[in-house]
Ligand binder design. Structure first.
Ligand code: HEM
Length: 480
């Protein structure tokens, strides 16, 4: 696809910040340091130009896969031969246990089947009203209008923090309808604390030490985790009680839907608890980061912002009710949707999908080249390199939402764009996240303009998600 002509020379697309791929291989020490500091800086030129690369680090062999055909082979066609990689499980399983993200084998199969109906487009659409109400309440409380909340018509804020709070608000509304049993002042902070203490790679993980070897970087995390689990268990108990007493008067949120699955064919009580934690862990920071990156890229792309604002204004009439149900906004706002999808391409919140081969395997490309994959080899499907790959994308580093408009979307292959993964373990919350993002962006951009703060240094790092290292300070101005 050549999108060059789609843009006039006066609208040269914005290339947002990203590490320049290094030309020389890193030494072992550099690899360790970089992996602990920012894995996004590990990848050399070859990762963005070759269809696959085999690497060896000490004894561990890794295959980095960028060829869409080979990706399809690993994630779909021969999926039974690939399990979750050990390092991913070492980091996430202590927190999420048998939640869907970390469960394997029969437990995963039963849980995914039981939960699939909860995540159908019909149910996600049912949440659109709550997403809209929470987004509107959030902008009113956080930003207010001119003169209210002590804020003037223009002010600075860290958009990364704001988006995390907004998506947490939306998630806790759709999960629990605000009925969380807790003594904590700020549950969002507790979640942040939990994820960032527990969900990160420790040097002991890199050395593949068994789970019982203490991880010094996670000290303190256990206590937060226990507190959190107690809160979820208590909230579940109260809702069970309400379901018994007044089954017709309970909110139809995720909690009710999950508790209705409790039983021998469905989920155990422990699995419901694990999955609530999983939704909190997997379902708000990911969307928050992508929203923040979208606002950053749009701020530097005036022609995109104009298109988005025109679409948003046409639906959210300035006075009175929006002209369409929020469920329809995804279709009514193609530029808003495309900008979010383009931000997911450039800054995939889950930058790496890790697997390990169980039995030896091989794959042959249509050109007749064969890749051999030995048992135990780690296979990395990396949206970070795949989405910026020179063989697959025109101007890979440029922010060009045009790629995702309905008339161009068909040229993007299913296995070259994987923000939500693919195959049986594809993200169960993808429809929910897309709907939430479009609604939130529309509400935010209808009332405000978001601009870069001059001199702010923006740099992506891979922590649990792809996030700005020093936050994302932005100037927010009330639109005329
Ligand atoms: C922009 C937002 C999101 C992104 C980029 C994202 C990304 C992903 C990716 C890449 C995977 C596949 C991981 C793998 O194959 O190893 C995944 C799985 C998963 N996601 Fe999401 N996700 C998002 C939002 C959500 C939301 C809103 C929820 C729930 C409310 C959610 C829940 C899950 C769960 C439970 C899984 C595990 C599915 C399974 O293994 O069966 N995600 N996500």
């Amino acid at each position: 696809m050549d999108l060059r002509n789609a843009l006039s020379s006066s609208t040269e697309p914005y290339c947002p910040p990203a590490p320049v791929p290094h030309q020389q291989p890193l030494t072992k020490l550099q690899v360790i340091r970089t992996a602990l500091r920012n894995p996004l800086e590990l990848w050399g030129q070859a990762s963005f130009t070759l269809p696959w690369i085999e690497t060896k680090f000490f004894k561990e062999r890794t295959l980095i896969v960028n060829d869409p055909g080979l990706i399809r082979h690993v994630l779909v066609d021969n999926v039974a031969n690939y399990e979750m990689s050990e390092i991913r499980q070492l980091v996430l399983r202590p927190i999420l246990r048998d939640g869907l993200l970390t469960a394997e084998g029969a437990v995963w199969k039963r849980s995914r089947k039981a939960m699939a109906p909860v995540f159908t487009p019909r149910h996600s659409k049912g949440f659109a009203g709550q997403m809209l109400a929470r987004s509107e309440a959030f902008v009113e409380e956080r930003y207010g209008s001119v003169g209210s909340n002590g804020l003037s018509g223009s002010f600075q804020t860290d958009i990364c923090v704001d988006m995390t709070d907004l998506t947490f608000d939306i998630l806790s509304e759709t999960l629990f309808s605000g009925e969380v049993v807790t003594e904590s002042e700020n549950v969002a902070d507790d979640v942040d604390n939990l994820l960032h203490r527990m969900g990160r790679i420790d040097p002991m993980d890199m050395l593949r030490a068994p789970p019982w070897v203490p991880r010094l970087t996670r000290i303190g995390g256990r206590k937060v985790l226990e507190k959190f689990r107690a809160m979820v268990a208590e909230t579940m108990d109260q809702r069970r009680e309400r379901l018994r007493r007044t089954p017709d008067a309970v909110p139809q949120d995720f909690l009710t839907l999950l508790l209705q699955l409790e039983g021998p064919e469905g989920l155990t009580s422990g699995e419901i608890e694990d999955n609530i934690l999983t939704f909190i862990g997997a379902g708000h920071e990911t969307t928050a980061r992508a929203l923040a990156w979208t606002l950053h890229c749009v701020a530097r792309s005036p022609h995109v912002r104009e298109k988005m604002e025109a679409e948003i204004d046409a639906v959210l009439a300035t006075d009175g009710e929006p002209v369409a149900d929020p469920v329809e906004w995804l279709d009514r706002m193609p530029w808003v949707r495309a900008s979010f999808e383009e931000a997911l391409r450039l800054y995939p919140p889950a930058p790496s999908i890790n697997r390990a081969a169980i039995e030896p395997d091989s794959w042959t490309s249509p050109e007749g080249k064969t890749v051999k994959i030995d048992a135990g080899v780690t296979v990395l499907v990396m949206p970070w390199t795949l989405h910026r790959h020179e063989l697959l994308w025109d101007r890979p580093r440029a922010f060009m939402p045009e790629r995702f408009l309905p008339e161009n979307r068909g040229t993007i292959g299913r296995f070259q764009y994987l923000p939500f993964g693919a195959g049986p373990r594809t993200c169960i919350g993808a429809t929910f996240a897309m709907q939430e993002a479009v609604i939130a962006l529309a509400v935010l951009m209808h009332r405000y303009r978001f601009d870069m703060v001059p001199g702010a240094h923006v740099w992506p790092v891979q922590k649990l998600t792809t996030q700005p290292r020093d936050g994302l300070p932005m100037q927010v101005t009330l639109r005329a």
